[in-house]
Structure formats: structure tokens, C-alpha cells
Design a protein around this ligand. Structure first.
Ligand code: CDP
Length: 341
């Protein structure tokens, strides 16, 4: 069997190249890396994103160093390039520069193949989202069920905008308190909802347990919900669609959403997760307090007269009690694929 290397084939293309395994081996490797990049992007394997970025950086550094070495040798001792009749030092330097150039090019080709796979996967999901005209994904569920993390990952995966609707209620409660009013003051809460400035939703103060509890108090007021409905529906009606997470997205805000997922987990597991979040933010709240807060909020959210927290009749249920964020995301992708089929 003819054995022409990839480089020989590049230098002088000939039909024998197609019969040479050493010509196909690098191409096969690049194809495998492209496939790995594709799957890694679709499965949101974070470690591959990092690997891709690091390989690109490493390739850029190696190539810069080898180009610098080659240029230096070319200026200082050009003989080293063309003859073997120079000092052993120049010969070794030339060999090292060429080897590192080869390593840099290989690294770059690998990193670019991984990146190409990711780009292809991204293009395909964008096209899939567009072919659905408006892909609205409604994600509902109780506190700390994992719906927020899931919504963000799904939105990123389909290149869709994402709205955490709980933040709207949290911000209304914050504004009422900032005005020196009581959370049960209907007029103050409605005025805050009508004046809500979406630019203030990234306020870190909205993340704490007190804000969630306060939110569930103003969320019981029908006029507050009505005032926020329009904003949420406008967000959902963006050209490609959107991902929204909350309590009533599938039932009230976007009842026609083609994809609805109701995310659950046991109260104990949800309290465990929320407790870890608090600890990571440096807040010392006992686990029992977190669990009590979650149970109280569940009761308040599911017993209110208007838009109670409940799964839409056509929502797929996703119990994340024994699933980590990656596994929950994979299950959600299966649900979405099945709904779109
Ligand atoms: O993050 P977590 O699930 O703890 O809470 P959140 O989604 O930020 O929501 C805070 C509170 O806002 C909930 O307990 C609900 O009372 C209320 N809410 C709602 O009534 N309807 C929504 N679509 C979103 C949140």
C-alpha cells in the first residue's frame, strides 16, 4: 500500500494520496474533533468550551514563539536554514523552531476543528429556532426547583432571550419597601408595578431570601399581576421567541407556548440547594429556616386565587430531585425535541 504523508500530499497532490492511510489520518482526527465540538456544544459540556479557548490561546502562543524564532534565525544565521554546514547550535535552534511550528499548526487545526463543530451546532439550533417561527418556552415550578438555571441554559442553547419573571415581582416588592410602604398596600404595590424599571432587575439585592418572600406577598395582588402581564407577553413575542421562567408562564402569560416544562423537586432537596446558594453568597441562614421559607412560599403561591402556581395541562413534568444541572438540561432537551417532533 502506498504511504504518502499528509504533508507530501499537500506539497504535490496526486491520486495515490487517496489510498494512503497517513493522508486520511489527520483528516479523520480533525473530523473527530469537529464532531466532539458539535456534541460538546449541544450538550453544553463546559469543560470543552474551556478546552477550545485554551487550545486556541496555546496555539497562538506557540505559533508566535516559533515565528519569532524562525525570523530571528533567518536574520542572524540564514545558513542554518539552507545548509547543514553551520554551527550545531543554529542547526538545533532551527530544528526546534520547525518542530514548534508544526506543533502550533497542529494545535491550531485541532482548536479550530473543535470551534467549527461548536459553530455548526449553534447555527443548527438557531435555524431550528427560526424554523419554529417563534419558539416560546415556558418553564414553571416552585422555588429552587432548578427552573432558573435550566431556563438560562435552554435560552443559551437556542440563542433565545431569557426572562426570569420572579425578578419582576421581587423588584416590585423592593420598590414598595423603598417607598416606605407596606407590602400589603395594594395601591403602593400596583403603582410600583406600573412604574417598574426593567433596567433595575440586575440589582443583587433582589437575590436574597427576604426578597423572594416579599415578592410572593405582592404577587398575590391581581392588579400587580395584571400590570406585569403586558411586559412579560411583549418579552415573549420577540421575533425568534423567548424563554420565560416563573409560576404562571404556561398557564397565564403564554398559554399558547408550544413548549412548557414544569420543574419540580422535593422541598427538602430544594431547601438543600437554596441553603448552598446562601452559604456561597456568605449568608448564614440555617437549613431549617430555608426549608420553612420554601414551604411557606409554596403554600402561598399555590393557594392564591389568581394565577396560582400549577402545571399547565399540556406541560411536561421534570422532577430534578436526583438530577444535577447538566442532567436536568439533557432531560429538558429531550422534552423539547419530543415536543418539536
Ligand atoms: O427563584 P425562586 O423560585 O425562589 O423565586 P422567583 O422565581 O424569583 O419568584 C419569587 C416569587 O415571585 C414567587 O414565590 C412567586 O410568589 C412570585 N412569582 C409569581 O407569582 N409569578 C411568576 N411568574 C414568578 C414569580
Amino acid at each position: 500500500m502506498t504511504s504518502l504523508s499528509f504533508m507530501e500530499c499537500l506539497a504535490s497532490p496526486q491520486s495515490d494520496c487517496f489510498a494512503s492511510p497517513s493522508f486520511w489520518a489527520p483528516l479523520a482526527l480533525l473530523a473527530i474533533l469537529t464532531a466532539v465540538g458539535f456534541v460538546a456544544w449541544r450538550q453544553e459540556v463546559v469543560v470543552f468550551r474551556r478546552l477550545r479557548r485554551r487550545s486556541l490561546l496555546a496555539a497562538a502562543s506557540v505559533l508566535t514563539v516559533s515565528f519569532a524564532a524562525i525570523s530571528t534565525i533567518a536574520v542572524v544565521d540564514p545558513e542554518a536554514i539552507t545548509t547543514t554546514d553551520t554551527s550545531p547550535f543554529s542547526q538545533t535552534a532551527w530544528a526546534v523552531a520547525l518542530t514548534s511550528l508544526g506543533a502550533g499548526v497542529t494545535l491550531l487545526a485541532g482548536a479550530l476543528s473543535l470551534a467549527l463543530g461548536g459553530r455548526l451546532a449553534k447555527l443548527m439550533s438557531r435555524r431550528a429556532a427560526q424554523s419554529n417561527l417563534r419558539l416560546i418556552i415556558a418553564i414553571d415550578g416552585p422555588a429552587a426547583s432548578g427552573k432558573g438555571t435550566l431556563a438560562k441554559r435552554i435560552a443559551q442553547h437556542f440563542s433565545l432571550p431569557c426572562l426570569d419573571t420572579g425578578l419582576l415581582y421581587r423588584a416590585v416588592a423592593r420598590d414598595v419597601v423603598d417607598q416606605g410602604q407596606h407590602l400589603n398596600d395594594v395601591a403602593a404595590a400596583v403603582a410600583a408595578a406600573q412604574r417598574l424599571n426593567a433596567a433595575t432587575l440586575d440589582d443583587p439585592a433582589l437575590r436574597g431570601p427576604a426578597a423572594g418572600d416579599a415578592a410572593s406577598i405582592v404577587a398575590r395582588i391581581p392588579a400587580v399581576r395584571a400590570a406585569l402581564l403586558d411586559y412579560q407577553r411583549r418579552f415573549a413575542s420577540q421575533p425568534d421567541g423567548a424563554v420565560l421562567d416563573g409560576r404562571d408562564i404556561g398557564t397565564i402569560v403564554c398559554p399558547d407556548a408550544p413548549i412548557k416544562i414544569y420543574v419540580t423537586a422535593t422541598p427538602q432537596e430544594r431547601a438543600r440547594r437554596r441553603h448552598i446558594e446562601h452559604t456561597q453568597r456568605g449568608e448564614t441562614v440555617p437549613y431549617e429556616t430555608v426549608l420553612a421559607d420554601i414551604l411557606q412560599r409554596d403554600a402561598r403561591d399555590s393557594s392564591r386565587d389568581i394565577a396560582p402556581m400549577e402545571p399547565a395541562a399540556d406541560a411536561a413534568r421534570l422532577d430534578t430531585t436526583s438530577l444535577d444541572a447538566d442532567a436536568a438540561f439533557r432531560e429538558a432537551l429531550k422534552i423539547i425535541a419530543a415536543k418539536k417532533a
